[in-house]
Design a protein around this ligand. Structure first.
Ligand SMILES: Nc1ncnc2c1ncn2[C@@H]1O[C@H](COP(=O)(O)OP(=O)(O)OP(=O)(O)O)[C@@H](O)[C@H]1O
Length: 248
């Protein structure tokens, strides 16, 4: 039976940084099997919303429900265990470790301390690690140092690390930042098959990229939802033309 309740429901979220209202009464719903883009001008609150969903910021008001549970006050590790995974804007691979060991560490962070003490995980996780690398065309680079990868490949490694534990929702903050046009195109191609098992909330400045991979878009402006709908609906919205021509 198809679950009609959205996978993620953000309701009336507000976030103050001192006197600055970064988010104001923001509500979004993300369904299973959906890629949901957050767009809007600089400073409109996209990253703050993504971080609030991940638990890196606690909202001042409002609620976040994931898989029907109220996770508003959950710590980031509890959200991760519930199936939420985040890749931040800044690359955070461990350059001195191999590509393989970066994914291994990402997976081990989901293991119980007991299995780590017993060092039972490495061999057991091997096929999961190689699958994650294969999906992002990094399997034949497994033994190289992560620092030897190109910037684009490091971004893919991080996405592979975020996906390796099998999350239900992946949060990506500007994954194509600093990539060449060919790497961007490839990133879209590599992400699309993920939809079969994992939904996505993605912040991106490259509108062509986001329109190509997303089903649904939310446009933020000055911390508020300006409009929300399918890619076609948003493209045809006069509001979006106004915001993008006047402020981006
Ligand atoms: N930790 C923080 N402390 C204080 N103000 C913050 C903090 N993080 C974000 N802000 C402010 O909140 C507002 C929204 O920022 P946010 O980074 O969410 O916007 P954004 O839409 O992601 O922008 P960009 O597209 O430039 O990344 C901005 O005015 C920003 O300066």
């Amino acid at each position: 039976m198809v679950d009609s309740v959205p996978l993620l429901e953000v309701s009336a979220l507000g976030k103050m940084f001192g006197a600055l209202r970064a988010l104001d009464d923001v509500s979004i719903a993300v369904n299973r099997g959906t890629f949901h883009g957050l767009i809007g001008p600089n400073g409109s609150g996209k990253s703050t919303l993504l971080k609030a969903i991940a638990g890196a910021h606690f909202p001042t008001t409002g609620t976040i429900r994931f898989h029907r549970k109220d996770i508003t006050n959950w710590a980031p590790y509890q959200r991760a265990r519930a199936g939420l995974s985040l890749k931040f804007q800044i690359t955070a691979v461990l350059r001195e470790l191999s590509v393989y060991d970066n994914v291994l560490l990402a997976l081990q962070s989901h293991e119980s301390p007991w299995s780590l003490v017993l060092s039972r995980t490495r061999r057991r996780l091997d096929s999961q690690i190689m699958q994650a690398l294969d999906r992002f065309r990094l399997a034949d680079r497994a033994d190289e140092l992560a620092g030897k990868l190109s910037h684009g490949e490091q971004q893919w490694l991080e996405i592979a690390m975020a996906l390796a534990p099998g999350p239900k929702l992946l949060l990506l903050d500007e994954p194509t930042g600093g990539m060449s046009p060919e790497e961007r195109r490839m990133t879209g191609e590599l992400l699309l098959p993920v939809k079969a098992e994992c939904s996505l909330v993605i912040v991106e400045h490259d509108l062509d990229f986001i329109k190509n991979i997303c089903d649904h878009l939310t446009v933020l402006d000055q911390g508020r939802v300006l409009c929300d709908g399918t890619v076609r609906e948003i493209e045809e919205s006069p509001e979006i033309q106004r915001v993008y021509t006047s402020r981006v």
